[in-house]
Design a protein around this ligand. Structure first.
Ligand SMILES: Cc1cc2nc3c(=O)[nH]c(=O)nc-3n(C[C@H](O)[C@H](O)[C@H](O)COP(=O)(O)OP(=O)(O)OC[C@H]3O[C@@H](n4cnc5c(N)ncnc54)[C@H](O)[C@@H]3O)c2cc1C
Length: 457
């Protein structure tokens, strides 16, 4: 049996631990270290850190398609990817206080009125709701604790020595440090740990896979303008592709009904995202979604995106533009932090030729949704930093140089809850298969033969 350390209690790490203990792996041998707080301590304003990670306080839209949410099927094939995503969705329902309220929207046909301007990606989405995610988090956490899983909260892993299987934890409040040892490590730090992942990749010169840039804006408008499409697809994904330019655009992560724009802080800069509340007391009849460009062929894409984001900041925050509106409030009633600009000249200058794609997208939406006119605003920028993806063994997401170190979730190539959770589950299955055989879909493990004796692991 191995001592497993999971760095990051996000959806990837938590699903991995759940898969292990569900199948009898001793929880006492699993330690999850997170710089955020337990679900009982975490505040709604702590968007990125703590139990269930960014996924835990997100909108809770569980997408169910291998073309959405980052890479999964490239490692394990389509069928396995769907099966892994099923397991993640089942976990969210299992710990849900009212599982019957988890709804699935499953659009089947592309409506004529969006043609010829846009294509529409059709895929099922399970909608859990931000407010229920807090309760799910508590139930899920209690389960893992009851199985013996060890948690270290408000503990930031600041160094990992892959050669000697050790790491260093720094307690941010006090700067106190302690070390840990592992036999197997899961690196599941999500977007908030992207800097740390990059530093380790540089330190150990990991070979990486090439990545595009993903950048754009968060678009917000009254929901009524989009209702016709929302009735067909809750989380609609409009898209268009300019093959010869290496650019594609898509609307991304649509929030409706009780929809709020959220500020993300990465590398000290403000970028935007969105979330929706399930509880109709928060209803504001707004819709928001990202308009994201994927740009291929940029040299040093990561540095390019960081530089553009940095330039799109003013007075310590991101930008807001609208022909008629002002920035909205958060679900807690505060202001969404953004500096309102009067025109888009500066943004156009910074984004260069790529800005035209965004404006054309908005102009064409005005044709498809005729009541929209000037009744919209954009928060600039929204970005998905695709960290240089370390090359991993597709069989178990382990690093080529260190086969006991697995990268999972947004720290690898995921960009969503279901795929991140599925990657964690995929690695957990590989670990289980070291100690178990699979018979008729069930694990028969070393620990099943101990007749209730306490085993000295
Ligand atoms: C506002 C918002 C809304 C979103 N809405 C959706 C949605 O509706 N649907 C969807 O599919 N996706 C959504 N996402 C994206 C989704 O949340 C992420 O893709 C997913 O959470 C990634 O899971 P993960 O486990 O890889 O990382 P995360 O969930 O980000 O978890 C990583 C964890 O690692 C911890 N950590 C980081 N660095 C360290 C360190 N050095 N030491 C210790 N701990 C560390 C963090 O505290 C965090 O808890 C949203 C994201 C945001 C920010």
């Amino acid at each position: 049996m191995e001592k497993i350390v999971i760095v990051g209690a996000g959806v990837a790490g938590v699903n991995a631990a759940t898969k292990l203990v569900d199948n009898g792996y001793p929880g006492e041998l699993i330690t999850i270290i997170d710089m955020g707080k337990s679900p009982y301590e975490r505040k709604p304003s702590e968007v990125m850190e703590g139990f269930l990670g960014a996924g835990g306080w997100s909108d809770g839209k569980l997408t169910y398609h291998t073309a959405i949410g980052g890479h999964l099927s490239k490692y394990c094939g389509e069928d396995k990817a769907m099966e892994l995503m099923d397991q993640v969705i089942t976990n969210f329902k299992r710990f849900h206080p009212k599982p019957e309220e988890v709804q699935c929207s499953n659009p089947v046909a592309e409506p004529d009125f969006i043609k010829p301007y846009f294509g529409l990606r059709l895929f099922p989405v399970w909608h859990v709701g931000t407010d229920y995610l807090h309760e799910i988090g508590k139930n899920w956490y209690d389960y893992l604790v009851s199985k013996g899983v060890q948690f270290e909260w408000e503990a930031k892993v600041t160094a990992i020595d892959f050669e000697n299987n050790t790491g260093t934890v720094t307690v941010p409040q006090s700067d106190l440090q302690h070390s840990f040892e592992y036999d197997r490590l899961m690196f599941a730090v999500g977007k908030s740990g992207i800097d740390f992942g990059k530093a380790l990749a540089d330190q150990y010169t990991f070979p990486t896979e090439p990545k595009p840039v993903q950048i754009g804006v968060r678009f917000e408008a009254p929901q009524e303008h989009f209702q016709k499409l929302i009735d067909i697809s809750y989380d609609f994904k409009l898209y268009r592709k300019f093959e010869d330019k290496g650019v594609s655009l898509r609307s991304f992560c649509t929030n409706n009904n009780a929809a709020y724009v959220a500020v993300e802080e990465t590398y000290g800069d403000h970028t935007y995202n969105g979330h929706a509340k399930k509880d109709m007391r928060f209803r504001n009849d707004m819709t928001n979604f990202g308009i994201l460009m994927e740009i291929n062929g940029i040299e040093n894409p990561f540095e390019w995106a960081r530089d553009v984001v940095k330039k799109l900041q003013f007075q310590g925050t991101g930008l807001y533009y609208s022909p008629t509106r002002v920035p909205s409030s958060t679900s807690e009633g505060g202001e969404v932090s953004a500096y309102q600009i009067e025109n888009l000249k500066g943004v156009e200058y910074i984004m260069g030729e790529y800005w035209t794609y965004i404006m054309d997208f908005i102009e064409d939406m005005k044709k498809v949704f005729p009541t929209l006119e000037d009744d919209w605003g954009i928060y600039v920028p929204e970005v998905k930093y695709l960290a240089p993806e370390p090359l991993v063994d597709y069989k178990n997401l382990a690093l080529a140089q260190f086969d006991n170190v697995h990268f999972v979730g947004d720290a690898l190539s995921a960009r969503g809850i279901t795929v991140s959770g599925a990657q964690g589950t995929y690695v957990a299955e590989d670990i289980l298969e070291r100690f178990c055989t699979v018979e008729n879909g069930s694990y028969i493990c070393e620990w099943d033969n101990v007749n209730g004796d306490i085993v000295n692991w």
